[in-house]
Design a protein. Sequence first.
Length: 151
Amino acid sequence: MLVIQSDTGDLLIADSFVHNQYALYPDTFSGVTIGTYTYDRTFSMNDVLYIKFANSRLEDYVASLFGDYGKLMGRMIEVAMRNRQVRAVVHVGAMAGLSDEEKQKKVQNYLDSVYRAFQDKSVAIVPETNGLEYDEKNPAVKLGVHHHLMK
């Protein structure tokens, strides 16, 4: 098991790594991967915690525990995100001169840009317009009763 310190000071357990052993110099660890991220740099034995179990069954058991812990944390994050998810209904008024397909594409493009604004910005301003009414259905995260978005 290899524990490294990230650039932000967090202690992280490597999912995989290459142990480079040397006779006269400290060992190094390269190809250190955590999740889907692989570090480009090489870590010195002096900068990490490296634990090797003599009992291979114990090593498998600890690896299994960390795998279960990772699955549990992932599930907890998924449930928390679902509980805070914004659910809404959009009511589209008449949009003269547009086919249903054109209207759907225009509305979807606009809603995607509004969603990105809500997701990426701490303050998102959306113009109130005619023709499109946005109504959130999740009272826990309700941003407002009605949002009129588009002409």
